[in-house]
Ligand binder design. Structure first.
Ligand SMILES: Cc1cc2nc3c(=O)[nH]c(=O)nc-3n(C[C@H](O)[C@H](O)[C@H](O)COP(=O)(O)O)c2cc1C
Length: 330
């Protein structure tokens, strides 16, 4: 059976799946290079790094990890098995975050097919959610999704959620006072680009009750002239924190894959999600070890989960812009 990643049509579909991954401010900080033997490199695109907001490149690794998860899911969808070598090796440039090959495997299971189809239905939803509780089996599925990728998901009690929300809101207010951070954000938020950035239609509503469980102060606040309608967010938002035991680049890449498995699992179960990354972002900007965090593990992402009403899709670049072909491994 010919290698999946040397066939043009299937390769393009795999890259489209990778491109559908979430990334901080939809920067899409990735590039993919495939050689004629079907070895695919997932590379960091440093021209798309956020040098103010993401000085340690944590968000870049998380985003590329999510793209890597989608590549794995797309390879499985084709009945192949992904073989993944993560992180820099002496033979590759340090911007190569993972190398992937596809080997013939068994047909995809129903769960794997559902996961793949969810890639295209998932959009960050910053609007208010219905506050129906999550059924027990859905909570378990989300926790297991993180565990499969060697991370943990803490679904927070409303008391812990209130603590985290206060942290997020304070971090957002501090970031909103940082002129360099605001300037960088304005390049990406509320733009009318057809290829990247967060479109005005995907911005959060103006929360009637504070603190807002979405990224309002610094993100939507960076583009004050864009009109937004007011909304009533959940009184007790359901927040979840994705954590890892260690906090090195390899953990960020793994956490990115875990983040995407959690998000796609949520989508399969009819849930919507948004992110509250600002306390983690601020910690990295200040060079601190961890946010004022009540738990021993390292937080990598904070999600808000709930039943949404459909969200605007953010644009993506065309495949030819993110894919290059090489004859030998570079
Ligand atoms: C590491 C990371 C951090 C993010 N942080 C936030 C955030 O704090 N607030 C937010 O509303 N969206 C956040 N997002 C979501 C992105 O803005 C979103 O993925 C991107 O705009 C693409 O849109 P989509 O998810 O609808 O495809 C984050 C995504 C990633 C991967």
């Amino acid at each position: 059976m010919a290698n999946l990643l040397v066939r043009d049509g299937s390769l393009r579909r795999v890259i489209e799946a990778a491109q559908a991954a979430p990334s901080l401010h939809n920067t899409q900080p990735w590039h993919f290079a495939v050689d004629d033997g079907g070895t695919l490199q997932v590379r960091a695109d440093l021209d798309r790094a956020l040098w103010v907001a993401d000085p340690r490149a944590r968000a870049l690794y998380l985003s590329c990890g999510a793209a890597l998860f989608n590549i794995r899911a797309a390879i499985r969808m084709n009945g192949f098995n992904p073989l993944v070598w993560p992180l820099p090796q002496p033979t590759f440039s340090p911007t190569v975050l993972a190398v992937v090959r596809a080997e013939p495997g068994r047909p995809p299971s129903l769960a794997e097919r559902e996961m793949f189809h969810a890639i295209w239905r998932r959009h960050t939803d910053r609007r208010p959610f219905d506050s129906d509780p999550l059924p027990g089996p859905v909570r378990t599925a989300l926790e297991e999704a993180a565990g499969f990728e060697f991370a943990s998901l803490r679904l927070l009690s409303s008391r812990d959620a209130a603590t985290v929300l206060t942290l997020a809101s304070r971090a957002g207010a501090e970031l909103a006072r940082d002129a360099e951070h605001q300037a960088e954000m304005q390049d990406w938020v509320g733009t009318d680009s057809e290829q990247d950035g967060i479109p005005a239609a995907a911005l959060p509503e103006r929360a009637r009750r504070r603190p807002a469980p979405v990224r309002d102060n610094d993100m939507a606040g960076a583009v004050p002239t864009i009109p937004r309608q007011s909304g009533d967010y959940e009184q007790f938002p359901l927040l979840a924190v994705l954590t890892t035991e260690r906090d090195e680049p390899a953990d960020w890449l793994r956490a990115g894959q875990a983040m995407q498995r959690v998000l796609l699992t949520a989508t399969v179960h009819g849930l919507a999600a948004s992110f509250l990354y600002q306390p983690i972002e601020l910690t990295d900007m200040r060079g601190d070890q961890a946010p004022a965090w009540p738990w021993p593990e390292h937080p990598q992402m904070i999600f808000r989960l709930g039943y949404g009403h459909g969200a605007a899709a953010a644009p993506r670049r065309p495949v030819d812009e993110v894919l290059s072909r090489t004859t030998t491994a570079e």
